[in-house]
Design a protein around this ligand. Structure first.
Ligand SMILES: Cc1cc2nc3c(=O)[nH]c(=O)nc-3n(C[C@H](O)[C@H](O)[C@H](O)COP(=O)(O)O)c2cc1C
Length: 258
């Protein structure tokens, strides 16, 4: 198992071979063994194989080709709809229409998604998460016909890999952990932790012609600036925040008693 975990790389190119139904079921059965808050399993997993539906999802997924090229797309949703229906049938009180409930359900959805991802990789399949699931969750939710109390949190493409990318670097472990309590970082320590990333990451982005062109047309000088000015700008993050907050309201997760 540790081999599979340590060999993980996101796969963005897939063979056309379908994922057999029985295999997918086995993977999902393993996935739902993930811990979940109160064992409520407040998530739903949407399996999208239909080509026409995936074509419609391409735009909100920001034109990422794997949406249409991988045979399967999995969308993991925070879901209190099912649980709340069960409560109603049993004349039980229902306090799951607030932000806390969303967080609980979102954590469940993320945990199950990673279990499914690992189970899939253990069977020789590849996955790649797509942040567009959350960022454009409102459009994706509409296409997937999500009812109230359901919200798309994470999603990934799934299929047989048609590429074998190198392992991506990670920040060094000792830069990520804190013994007993949080230890503040000095500037020197930050520089140490990010040193390798700064060179490797920059080289990697510069090797992609589209990104290189973007950088050359901007005044971005280093990887840190590339991250915060080109990849994840303040403006785009604020826009996506607004989208998420508005959709959370629409999906009934914002009755916060204020
Ligand atoms: C929540 C989340 C969203 C992501 N979104 C995207 C995405 O939209 N497109 C993409 O190509 N990769 C996406 N990734 C994959 C990351 O870029 C990838 O995990 C990271 O660069 C490390 O590479 P590795 O998974 O190959 O080790 C996402 C990963 C996560 C966890």
């Amino acid at each position: 198992m540790l081999d599979f975990i340590t060999q993980h790389r996101s796969i963005r190119r897939y063979k056309a071979d379908p994922v057999p139904e029985a295999l997918l079921t086995e993977i999902l059965e393993a996935g739902i063994r993930a811990s979940s808050s109160g064992n409520m399993q407040s998530y739903s997993i949407i399996i999208t194989r239909d080509a026409a539906l995936r074509q419609r999802l391409l735009e909100p997924h920001m034109q990422q080709r794997m949406v249409v090229e991988a045979p399967v797309l999995l969308t993991f949703c925070a879901d209190f709809n099912r649980m709340r229906r069960w409560l109603a049938i049993n004349e039980a009180a229902d306090g799951f229409d607030n932000f806390m409930s969303f967080m609980v359900a979102a954590i469940d959805a993320v945990l199950v998604s990673q279990n499914v991802a690992l189970a899939a990789e253990a069977h020789g399949l590849g996955i790649c998460y797509m942040g567009s699931t959350l960022a454009n969750g409102d459009q994706i939710g509409e296409i997937l016909e999500l009812p109230t109390a359901v919200f798309p949190v994470v999603g990934f493409s799934l299929g047989y890999p048609d590429e074998s990318p190198n392992l991506r670097d990670r920040l060094p472990l000792d830069g990520l952990i804190h013994q007993e309590t949080y230890q503040q970082y000095s500037d020197e320590r930050i520089a140490d932790i990010y040193r390798e990333r700064e060179t490797k990451g920059w080289k990697r982005y510069m090797s992609v012609p589209r990104l290189r062109k973007l950088v050359e047309e901007s005044d971005v000088q280093n990887l840190a600036q590339l991250y915060s000015e080109l990849k994840y700008s303040r403006e785009s993050h604020q826009q996506f925040s607004q989208t998420v907050l508005t959709y959370l309201q629409k999906q009934g997760f914002m009755e916060n008693g204020g």
